[in-house]
Design a protein around this ligand. Structure first.
Ligand SMILES: C[S@@+](CC[C@H](N)C(=O)[O-])C[C@H]1O[C@@H](n2cnc3c(N)ncnc32)[C@H](O)[C@@H]1O
Length: 266
């Protein structure tokens, strides 16, 4: 089977998801111990969608994340680059529009969505910061982004328990429920390699997002990041210009200090 490694070559990642497409949701529900339902509810709540709004679900897979969004009355566009996941999604959710495309090069005009979201997808993208820039581009001024992704538990005891779960329980569960054990080995490694909550917040700010905040779910096993695209079109324009300028050698290696993050109230 195709198994991606942590270099996340797009062809290998897409091929790996093509092969797990059919059993993907069942294995995930088992691996999360039922928590995935709660994580999806929190994501939809954070997006605060209104009927008629247009929302883009990036890396939508088989559309389980998109289905939860669709129930709000918003118009959902589900995008994924794995033909296998998209085919399965179209079969399961004929009332949702699926588009085959790359998160790093979204096939939509600028400022065409009220909200953008990505659940358990950004970690798999080869260049996540490029994808964040693309999500910024397709958002209307004042538009919302919500990222739901595996993260790093803050409390040492939860962290240790989670590491033990990934090392011993996860392989046993995947051996029972999926024939693609290697894909779930990739899942574990990619979670361990993924940056901490504050770093993802910093990536969002660097892309131009404002009001960046995050909330830990299930002790930080998952983190929900939310932010807004600036309302002011002049601010958006100047950020766009800044991003399109090549980085000068004097600034490209300077890391921006991480600012304090106020957790969202809901
Ligand atoms: C773990 S699944 C998540 C699916 C769904 N969002 C959910 O919550 O169940 C990750 C998805 O990311 C997709 N993906 C990874 N890199 C991508 C990229 N560059 N562009 C579009 N989709 C991508 C994979 O094909 C896969 O379907």
């Amino acid at each position: 089977m195709t198994t991606a490694d942590l270099s996340k070559k797009p062809d290998e990642v897409a091929g790996m998801f093509d092969e797990v497409a059919k059993g993907y949701d069942r294995t995930n529900a088992l691996l999360s111990g039922g928590n995935s339902v709660l994580w999806r509810i929190a994501t939809v709540k954070a997006l605060d969608l209104k009927p008629g709004e247009r929302v883009l679900d990036v890396a939508a897979g088989t559309g389980t994340s998109s289905k939860a969004l669709h129930k709000t009355g918003a118009t959902v566009v589900a995008l994924d680059f794995s033909p296998g996941m998209v085919a399965e999604g179209r079969k399961r959710h004929p009332d949702i529009e699926f588009v085959e495309g790359d998160a790093e090069e979204l096939p939509f005009p600028s400022a065409s969505f009220d909200a953008v979201t990505i659940s358990f997808g950004l970690r798999n993208v080869n260049q996540p910061q490029v994808a964040i820039g693309e999500m910024y581009r397709v958002l209307k001024p004042g538009g919302r982004i919500v990222i739901c992704e595996f993260s790093h538990p803050a409390a040492p005891i939860v962290r240790a328990g989670y590491q033990g779960y990934m090392k011993y329980v996860m392989p046993a569960v995947t051996a029972l429920s999926s024939s693609h054990k290697d894909a779930y080995r990739y899942l574990m490694d990619s979670i361990n390699e993924w940056p901490e909550q504050r770093v993802l917040s910093q990536w969002l700010r660097a892309a131009g997002f404002t009001r960046v905040a995050y909330r830990n779910l299930t002790g930080g096993i998952v983190a929900l990041h939310r932010a807004r695209s600036p309302e002011d079109s002049k601010v958006r324009e100047s950020i766009g210009k800044r991003r399109s300028r090549p980085a000068s050698p004097s600034t490209s290696s300077v890391s921006v200090p991480i600012q304090d993050i106020s957790p969202p109230t809901s």
